[in-house]
Ligand binder design. Structure first.
Ligand code: FES
Length: 195
């Protein structure tokens, strides 16, 4: 299949309501998209590191047809602070422990101040407030962003697509420890169990 056609065909799903995000101190909220076994997470930067009206360069701008409209990506919600990412590491597909940030703040995971999310498998590091760019480790490309739409009359938050495929074209096709068909465990919300 052609990736460009696939990206244009992404469905629009409601993934949360603003009350789900506002009702906890946790800056992370898990959902699945576009398939029910593909973990993604919302991050509210206003809670993570006090950023509002977030806007960053789209690292994949110009590479896929769908994001030719999006040279930058902006946070949604009342504070413009809500973004979402795939929780699947683009290296070999490990699940990223976004929920680590408050349940185990001193362990490798998401560093709130730097917004760097570490993959526990081989150490890839993604900087979330710069659009998921790779700042360390073997990941071959940025962490895909889930594009969001916010309805300010209902507070509903929708996923409407992604800025890139979740898996690398170059990924190994044999001897995978973590395979795209791996059965991910989707954390329940609220994702953070302690502050
Ligand atoms: Fe994440 Fe290898 S799977 S660094």
């Amino acid at each position: 299949a052609n990736n460009t056609a696939g990206l244009q065909g992404f469905p629009k799903y409601k993934v949360a309501n603003i009350k789900d995000i506002q009702s906890s101190n946790c800056p992370v909220y898990f959902f699945t998209y576009p398939l029910t076994n593909e973990p993604c997470f919302i991050v509210d930067f206003s809670k993570l590191n006090n950023q509002t009206n977030v806007e960053f360069k789209n690292p994949y701008f110009g590479q896929f047809a769908i994001n030719s409209k999006f040279p930058t990506i902006k946070g949604v919600g009342p504070k413009g602070s809500i973004c979402a990412f795939s929780a699947i590491c683009v290296h070999l597909g490990c699940q990223l422990p976004a929920q680590v940030l408050t349940s185990s703040p001193n362990l490798p995971g998401l560093n709130p101040a730097s917004t760097i999310l570490h993959c526990p498998c081989h150490g890839s590091m993604y900087k979330l407030d710069e659009g998921g760019i790779v700042v360390g480790g073997p990941a071959p490309r940025p962490l895909p962003i889930v594009l969001l739409e916010y309805d300010n009359t209902t507070g509903d938050i929708y996923a409407i697509g992604t800025n890139a495929p979740y898996f690398s074209k170059t990924r190994p096709t044999s001897n995978l420890i973590y395979d795209p068909n791996y059965s991910y465990q989707i954390p329940s919300n609220p994702a953070c169990t302690s502050g």
